[in-house]
Design a protein around this ligand. Structure first.
Ligand code: PAF
Length: 283
């Protein structure tokens, strides 16, 4: 497994497989890898001849009061997971090379990036779209893998790739959960043991919504109210948003159907967690 820091070196390595008709599978991450990332890497290993993992904590997708400085890092642990998943190249660029002095270009995806995390983290999806576009230009993947836990991020990246005719297949992979249902996230590392317990209110809220939907409830107002009520019972939880929207364009809906997305962002203490479910999707 090669570890590459330089953009030019990575681009040079990507050209050979392209010429030889070998497929590059790509998993972009911010590191501190967990089983969710490993599931993307394992799928990438199956679907590509060369498997590239990038690790880059992208400063431009963090807001001013967010956790950029304390975002968890563990290069040694990440390399062990990468090696076990059969990664060929780990690309770890520096912020100085990704965003040199004078950098002034950005990618903005419009409507689909506006609600949910786009509303509570202004500029976040511009940062994500810009870095993913840059990484695609550097790594030149045939296929790239993203987790469905970041449902809106996946939708934004799909839109960007389609709108800008990027020659890459975007694959969304199912949310990977801990045994008790908590969605895996690098940010779970911030939770104290008692907060870790409190975080299960997200899982209970999703379960409640799915049960009501399965029982025939279709009013978004009722489903949302009942879902919020579950989280409001947890003293250390502060709701950022609990919303149901259509799962394709993320537009408002009044009546739920099997494609309706329930998306949650909830702060447990200081840690902001997100989770989601598509109400009619089999788990
Ligand atoms: O999901 C992430 O880890 C990041 O948002 C991504 C896609 C690697 C872009 O920095």
């Amino acid at each position: 497994m090669k570890i590459i820091n330089s953009i030019m070196h990575m681009q040079a390595l990507a050209i050979a497989p392209e010429r030889e008709g070998r497929r590059i599978a790509f998993v972009p991450t911010m590191g501190f890898l967990h089983e969710g990332h490993a599931s993307l890497l394992r799928e990438g290993r199956k679907r590509g001849d060369v498997l590239v993992l990038s690790i880059f904590v992208n400063p431009i997708q963090f807001g001013q009061n967010e956790d950029l400085d304390r975002y968890p890092r563990n290069m040694e642990g990440d390399c062990k997971i990468a090696e076990a998943c059969g990664v060929d190249i780990v690309f770890v660029p520096t912020a100085a090379e990704m965003y040199p002095q004078g950098f002034q270009t950005g990618v903005t995806v419009r409507d689909i990036a506006l609600p949910l995390c786009g509303a509570s983290r202004p500029g976040h999806f511009d940062g994500v779209a810009t870095v993913v576009a840059k990484l695609f230009n550097i790594v030149r993947p045939d296929v790239a893998f993203f987790g469905c836990k970041d449902y809106q991020q996946l939708a934004v990246i799909r839109r960007m790739a389609a709108d800008l005719n990027m020659p890459v297949e975007i694959v969304g992979m199912p949310i990977v959960r801990e045994a008790d249902g908590l969605a895996m996230s690098s940010r779970n590392a911030y939770l104290s043991p008692s907060e870790r317990q409190s975080a299960l209110c997200l899982v209970r809220a999703i379960k409640r919504a799915r049960e009501l939907f399965a029982g025939g409830e279709r009013s978004i107002a009722v489903l949302t109210r009942e879902t919020r009520a579950v989280i409001e019972q947890e003293p250390s939880a502060t709701i950022d948003y609990v919303e149901m929207r259509d799962g394709v364009l993320l537009q408002d809906q009044e009546v739920a159907d099997s494609d309706t997305l329930l998306a949650l962002a909830v702060k447990i203490g200081q840690t902001r967690l997100i989770d989601n479910t598509v109400l009619g999707e089999e788990l």
